[in-house]
Design a protein around this ligand. Structure first.
Ligand code: HEC
Ligand code: HEC
Length: 273
């Protein structure tokens, strides 16, 4: 059997000791981990980024992700489809009706009998309430609307209700996947984001791999990146087959990974390298 390749780790460094304040709101970027968590402290990926990247996120006027929030607001108010409705026709002012909502996803979808995330909830409303089609994965409007809705929860602590439906069994499955080594490199999510968090892997300071800032603006891609896109990127880096967006595997991972960030503020749109 071929031995697993060595991880190209270069150095270990502590995350910064700095406060993230966005629009006068102080974000929780470190907090005590919930019971059963492998870490004592849950930390935002923001603490692991370079100073310039951190500053971009802290300043809403400079944060390129805010353009997508604005686009999302336009789509929210745009009448579309045979029913002649917009999102706002039913949900009115998102600042009121969607406040905090994004901090509690994924939720249990009793109709579909599986977890639902914000992207899928948007599709559900488009199909069932507007007579439209679901967006293709990572459609620019899907990312903008998701960013807009999550941004209404800026600063709110991430909290899942695992007692909904069968959410707990999806958490179990997500946990199993998180620790399963795959691919030519034989890495699990935990190999990087748990065992080696704090290490540098080439030029990247490895964080805990938290989901609280998604969708995130990535400077490298000069675009918004959805959570499932990020998952797929991380899986691809281990040279393993990567599952489809919204597949059972990635939904289970989303439930589990989101839970690992319990108590962190929603930072959408976060800025990452
Ligand atoms: C005809 C009315 C109607 C329209 C139009 C509509 N929705 Fe909904 N939406 C609902 C109803 C009813 C619910 C609650 C039941 C459910 O989950 O389906 C809901 C639930 C939601 C939720 C979940 C809220 C929560 O507390 O978890 C989100 C997010 C949402 N809609 C987003 C949208 C977006 C984005 C659009 C536009 C693309 C939209 N909706 C269009 C009726 C509508
Ligand atoms: C070979 C190492 C490696 C593996 C394995 C890996 N990742 Fe990552 N991941 C990275 C790097 C590097 C980054 C970017 C720097 C950072 O935030 O840690 C990243 C970033 C992330 C982020 C974004 C964090 C943020 O704050 O924006 C998430 C979420 C994530 N990974 C989840 C996962 C999941 C889930 C798995 C398993 C399916 C996984 N990763 C496997 C290396 C890895």
């Amino acid at each position: 059997m071929m031995a697993a390749l060595q991880m190209p780790l270069t150095a270990q460094a502590d995350p910064v000791d700095d406060a993230l304040v966005i629009d006068d709101l102080e974000m929780v970027t470190r907090t005590k981990a919930p019971e059963g968590h492998p870490f004592d402290e849950v930390r935002s990926g923001w603490l692991y980024r370079e100073a310039e990247t951190r500053e971009l996120e802290a300043d809403s006027f400079q944060n390129p992700g805010m353009l997508y929030v604005e686009q999302g607001a336009d789509i929210w108010n745009r009448i579309e489809g045979p029913e002649g409705k917009s999102c706002a026709s039913c949900h009115n002012d998102a600042a009121v009706t969607m406040k905090g909502v994004g901090a509690n996803y994924p939720k249990w979808d009793a109709d579909a009998k599986r977890p639902i995330n914000v992207e899928l909830q948007i599709d559900k409303c488009r199909v069932e309430n507007m007579g439209l089609e679901a967006y293709k994965f990572d459609h620019a409007e899907q990312k903008a609307l998701t960013t807009y809705i999550k941004n209404q929860a800026l600063g709110e602590p991430v909290k899942l209700d695992l007692s909904q439906g069968e959410l707990q069994s999806w958490w179990d499955r997500g946990k199993e996947l998180y620790y399963t080594r795959t691919g030519q490199l034989n890495f699990a999510c935990a190999s990087c984001h748990e065992a080696n968090s704090g290490q540098y892997i080439r030029a990247d300071h490895l964080s805990q791999g938290q989901a609280n800032g998604f969708p995130t603006y990535r400077l490298k891609q000069a675009d918004m990146v959805s959570l499932h896109n990020r998952f797929r990127g991380c899986i691809r880096d281990t040279r393993a087959e990567f599952p489809k967006a919204f597949s059972d595997e990635l939904m289970a991972l989303e439930v589990y990974v989101t839970w690992r960030g319990t108590g962190l503020s929603v930072e959408t749109p976060s800025v990452r390298q």
